[in-house]
Ligand binder design. Sequence first.
Ligand code: ZN
Length: 298
Amino acid sequence: MSSTKKRYGGVEAGGTKFVLVVGNAEDGIETRHSLPTTSPEETLAGVVAFFKAQEPISALGIASFGPLVLDPRRTDYGGFGKTPKAGWSGAGLVGPLKSALNVPVGLDTDVNGAGLAEAVYGAGRDEEVVVYITVGTGLGGGLIVRGEPVHGLTHPEMGHVRLPLHPRDADFAGVCPFHGTCLEGLVSGPAISARLGTPLSNAASTDPIWEQIGYYLGGFCAILTLVASPGKIILGGGVMENTALFAPTRAALAKALNGYVGHPRLTGDLSDYVVPPKLGSNAGAIGALILADRALHA
Ligand code: ZN
């Protein structure tokens, strides 16, 4: 690939901090720095100052929190849509950074960035279709087809689908401010804490919450399997660091499919199908470096 030995800048833009890296996706990260997320003006000035000091870089890639405007035909392309993050609604990313650094700039969501990295270099390597899900303070998902994150009108918002309620949730209102008991409203970290009064990591191994959360995640994996036929479903994020969740999730998936989809990977314990990420906390930064490479070669 033409990216070898090129030096790129990568930005993993989060609501609390911006992680800045220099390197390339194949050879690795050579430098890393992080900035607190304050106002757009102050934060982007910090980004520019960091990369100016790192010159030369050939292109910049950004994997950012959203919602983002990713359709290049739109006049507001390359920045934020309406976000609850104070001061950031409508803020630009691609435009200001491109003109300050004078290099091509690529942009995608943080979830798509991490999913892209996992699809190309991580747990989804060699698969045509990969779904990457992150379960943390929210639930986000990226569908990566032949190495390209799928966009569309905007970008997928997988966390907000609805599944049949688990019997133990009959009286649970859910925590999504838009939908109550959508998937995110049922399985995100705050949704789990709302039921337990404590994070999942503090739950006893015998607590029924494990089966309850696995029920939804497995049900969602069944929908993904039926809709997109991925080669792997990668489950990451803070909630999935509780690796004991994988077993009830896979069991619920098997139960939901009930043998309908005939493929060897969908038999047995499904441990080669529903998998944890491989790139760990580097996935977002590596995804940003892939986006930089693609921006250069666009
Ligand atoms: Zn929702």
